[in-house]
Design a protein around this ligand. Structure first.
Ligand code: SAM
Ligand code: SF4
Length: 326
């Protein structure tokens, strides 16, 4: 196991397989979309597989496939099949918007994918269309049903946005009454692809908890799993749990075990950094596994202590979450 310069183990990779997406969530990208990377600038599946192999040897045992929307890249299931064969990789999961996912759920289950994060900010079709700029709520709900039917542990991610989905917070939390889902509410972050506005955070993790308590006064705090970014709660008698992710307030950096590879092969050792290593350049210049390993270790030895420190070392945030992977 590799520890960083703040004694945090590095065990979890978030791998963005594309920056392209079939939705246009306004908190992630502008209506016209972002300027997508030309295909040759995106890592090939072979390159990504090699990087996962190298990182698995360093102790990374969990990989989450993300994007952009993973399912807009063709050949995804074949790639995931190759990943599950990598020695040391014990936990393969994914984050998806659920639009194209339902037909693949049975195969995900057969590959051993135990957990999927599904993004869903509202249960109202018109608000869904307004937030994502696409009319795809029915397809996402179909995916939710398919995931539950397949017995895949499902976390539903909702970004909490003033003026957009506040009326949805209680109905979404109430899904946990009958469904064994982890309903997670996420503070909005500044990665909207525009760099033009840094959101004022109206809905902090504390305010979200208060909103839950106002409707569910018996809400209980549960112990959080190790390295969790979310504070876990449950309403007694409900099947599922509620998680609150202080993504903007960054209260969880002290136990952060995760690194990120963007679709163009940039290593990020903090969500808020500007990218610390151009891994694609190394790969395409013919770096050996030993050279890649040494470069990863150098990066892990210089991780910022937290997201505030990382953010201070860069200029204004302009990228979209679709290039980072969440
Ligand atoms: N397209 C997939 C999806 O939406 O699930 C995977 C990629 S998406 C970038 C990963 C996660 O980041 C989603 O749950 C999304 O809600 C979240 N996200 C995107 N932009 C965000 C922002 N500005 N603040 C907070 N979360 C954000
Ligand atoms: Fe696409 Fe996910 Fe970004 Fe929405 S949050 S635009 S689904 S990448």
């Amino acid at each position: 196991m590799i520890y960083d310069n703040h004694n945090r183990p590095i065990t979890y990779l978030r791998l963005a397989v594309t920056d392209r997406c079939n939705l246009r969530c306004f908190y992630c990208m502008p209506e016209e979309g972002i300027k997508y990377l030309p295909k040759h600038q995106v890592l090939t599946y072979e390159e990504m597989e090699r990087l996962v192999r190298v990182l698995a040897q360093l102790g990374v045992h969990k990989v989450r496939i993300t994007g952009g929307e993973p399912f807009v890249r063709s050949g995804l299931m074949g790639f995931m099949q190759r990943l599950v064969a990598i020695e040391g990789l014990t936990d393969l999961s994914m984050t998806t918007n659920g639009v194209l996912t339902a037909p693949h759920v049975a195969e995900l289950a057969s590959l051993g994918v135990r957990s999927v994060n599904l993004s869903l900010d509202t249960l109202d079709r018109e608000r869904f269309r307004k937030i994502t700029r696409r009319d795809e709520l029915p397809a996402v709900l179909k995916t939710l049903d398919a995931l539950l039917a397949a017995g895949i542990q499902t976390k539903i991610n909702a970004v909490v946005m003033e003026g957009q989905n506040i009326e949805d917070l209680i109905p979404l939390a109430d899904l946990t009454r009958t469904l064994p889902v982890d309903m997670r509410f996420i503070e909005e972050m500044p990665f909207n692809g525009e760099g033009s506005h840094y959101p004022v955070l109206h809905w902090t993790h504390r305010r979200i908890v208060e909103e839950m308590q106002s409707r569910f006064p018996t809400l209980q705090k549960l112990p959080d799993p190790p390295f969790s970014t979310s504070a876990t709660y449950q309403i007694p008698g409900h099947q599922g749990t509620i998680g609150i992710i202080a993504a903007f307030s960054r209260t969880f950096c002290g136990t952060c075990n995760r690194i990120r590879l963007t679709a163009q092969g940039t290593l990020k050792t903090c969500l808020y950094d500007n990218g610390v290593l151009d891994v694609r350049a190394m790969l395409r210049a013919g770096a050996s596994d030993e050279e890649l390993t040494a470069a990863f270790l150098r990066a892990f030895a210089h991780r910022p202590a937290n997201g505030f420190e990382a953010e201070k070392q860069r200029s204004v945030v302009t990228e979209s979450m679709a290039t980072i992977g969440g």
